[in-house]
Write a protein that binds this ligand. Structure first.
Ligand SMILES: [Zn+2]
Ligand SMILES: [Zn+2]
Length: 372
């Protein structure tokens, strides 16, 4: 029997469609464990989980499993039992998301991948099982109070709208580049003083598994990591009532994009500089850059990153189509504006040109016989 590639409750036969009001629990888990037959394992999970109306995105690889999903809240225990029935997954900790009932996944996809996280690291170059000390929220907080150095292991665009107080935030926009940046930064510190205690964190904890092993390989022995990542930290903080040292929002990889952890606004609108942690993609689809944009700027720039994108975005459909011809849509979430100062400079230059010429695209004359 062939197992379908994805499960969509609105088209699946024999499965009651998920009601709009159905309470769902969003959770994630991962485990590094050797899976000999990833495809067969994947197919088994797919059969069991689609019967439980699980929705989400799951990766299975020879090195383990990484799952982000939602399950009808009433069936959470059944799902737990179904997971535990697999020896490879028995007792894997679930990380339950804070904002329950938030919209997230609309289908179930389970993909077999060569690796769990596209980390760009050669696994045979270091011992990936030699990981740092796993810390819960309370232990992490206490080590922070004792002066440990906190390092954010996410990409630049994930750090910008929320992070731990005083954390080092990498400027790189890939995991591979971020970890090299961190090793370089720590290397400089190490020659000045003795090795600081290092605390790593990421969204769900999985990237810290690789990062801590990589840092240990580079001679940093005093490495701790936040077990379960920000997602589980938020859950523990909420359950115990302790103060969150993580401020702002958490960037998540489901339909919600962000999860609010505290009311603090730690970032600024990239276009005008007022405090804001509203995140958006440029509405001009050939650009699609991710940016922090306040409501006022969203209105002013028509949900675009710049006057040049706004001008294209606001063209009549047929002229826009002619302009976009041959230009690919940019993927969302993959790239963010990393230099807001440069963006503001570009906006000022474009506004000046626009005021002078009435357009930023003089070549548009060739497409449109009656330019605006
Ligand atoms: Zn603004
Ligand atoms: Zn743009």
């Amino acid at each position: 029997m062939t197992v379908p590639k994805e499960f969509n409750p609105t088209v699946a036969r024999g499965v009651a469609p998920a009601g709009a009001a159905e309470a769902r629990t969003t959770l994630s888990f991962y485990r590094y464990v050797v899976i000999d037959k990833p495809q067969a394992f994947r197919d088994a999970l797919f059969r069991e989980w689609s019967a439980l109306r699980v929705l989400g995105r799951i990766y299975v690889a020879r090195e383990g499993i990484n799952a982000q999903l939602s399950v009808p809240s009433a069936w959470l225990e059944r799902f737990r039992n179904a997971v535990d029935a697999h020896e490879l997954l028995k007792d894997v900790p679930f990380k339950i998301a804070v904002e329950e009932g938030a919209i997230s996944f609309n289908k179930l996809t389970i993909k077999v991948r060569p690796k769990l996280v596209a980390d760009g690291l050669a696994d045979d170059a270091f011992d990936a099982t030699n990981v740092g000390e796993h810390l819960d929220a309370d232990a992490f907080n206490r080590k922070m109070d004792a002066g440990a150095m906190v390092i954010d292991m996410r990409n630049n665009y994930e750090c910008m709208i929320g992070h731990f107080e005083g954390a080092y935030l990498p400027k790189a926009d890939t995991f591979r580049a971020a970890i090299d940046e961190v090793v370089g930064m720590l290397g400089e510190k190490k020659t000045e003083e003795q090795e600081p205690e290092i605390l790593l964190y990421c969204t769900g904890g999985i990237r810290c598994e690789k990062a801590s092993a990589y840092l240990r390989h580079h001679g940093f022995t005093n490495v701790g990591q936040l077990h379960g990542g920000i997602i589980d930290y938020a859950r523990q903080v909420k359950a115990s009532g302790m103060a969150s040292k993580y401020k702002g929002q958490n960037f998540v990889f489901d339909g919600r994009m962000t999860e609010r952890i505290t009311d603090d606004v730690v970032s600024a609108c990239m276009q005008c500089g007022v405090p804001s942690d509203r995140i958006a993609n440029c509405a001009q689809h050939t650009c699609n850059m991710l940016l922090v944009q306040c409501e006022a700027c969203a209105a002013r720039y028509a949900d675009c990153c710049s006057p040049s994108c706004r001008e294209i975005h606001q063209l009549p459909e047929d002229i826009k189509r002619a302009w976009c011809k041959g230009k690919a849509s940019a993927s969302s979430k993959s790239k963010a504006i990393s230099d807001p100062e440069a963006l503001r400079k570009r906006i000022a230059e474009e506004e000046a040109l626009l005021a002078q010429n009435g357009t930023l695209y003089p070549e548009m004359m060739d497409i449109s016989p009656n330019p605006m």
